[in-house]
Design a protein around this ligand. Structure first.
Ligand SMILES: [Zn+2]
Ligand SMILES: [Zn+2]
Length: 162
């Protein structure tokens, strides 16, 4: 199976080793991708444990699991990732901006978020995020261009996930 994060690699070579904790993320973007893939494959424990320690108290594995299960994850688009190597020379945090497309209660949603990541115990973790946009999108017709911005026809893009 292709990785849910959209890398065009197989899940087994991309995000799965991170989710199975056999490999750790070498950048905030990779962690971000693996967290998305964990939502898509309903691995709530991984999402919980990749929160920064200070953020874990506000989270519950049950809530994460429920949200992951009621949501159909369609696509991840990374808009921006800060240069974490440069960032690390100055401070131990980094930013990634992304849109997640998902289907919930029969509607397509786009959530755009700027996320903050911190390096804790030599591992990148998700600290928090600021949602800049959250909206519903119209489902395109099969030959119309896809809502996710890929410039492909809907039938050749996110329709495959429905
Ligand atoms: Zn992946
Ligand atoms: Zn698409």
């Amino acid at each position: 199976m292709l990785c849910p994060c959209g890398s065009a690699q197989t899940f087994a070579l991309c995000c799965q080793p991170l989710i199975m904790a056999t490999k750790s993320a070498n950048s905030p973007e990779q962690l971000m991708r693996s967290r998305y893939s964990a939502y898509a494959t309903q691995q709530a424990d991984y999402i919980y444990f990749t929160y920064a320690h200070s953020s874990q108290a506000e989270q519950s594995i049950d809530d994460i699991a429920q949200w992951a299960a009621t949501t159909k994850w369609l696509k991840l688009v990374i808009h921006y990732a800060s240069d974490h190597k440069k960032d690390l020379a100055k401070h131990n945090n980094a930013q990634v901006e992304f849109s997640a497309f998902y289907q919930l209660h029969g509607q397509i949603w786009q959530m755009r978020e700027k996320s903050n990541f911190v390096l804790e115990d030599t591992a990148w973790r998700y600290l928090d995020g600021e949602v800049s946009d959250s909206k519903t999108l119209n489902k395109p017709k099969r030959n119309e261009s896809c809502f996710c911005g890929s410039e492909k026809k809907f039938k050749n893009c996110c329709a495959k996930v429905f």
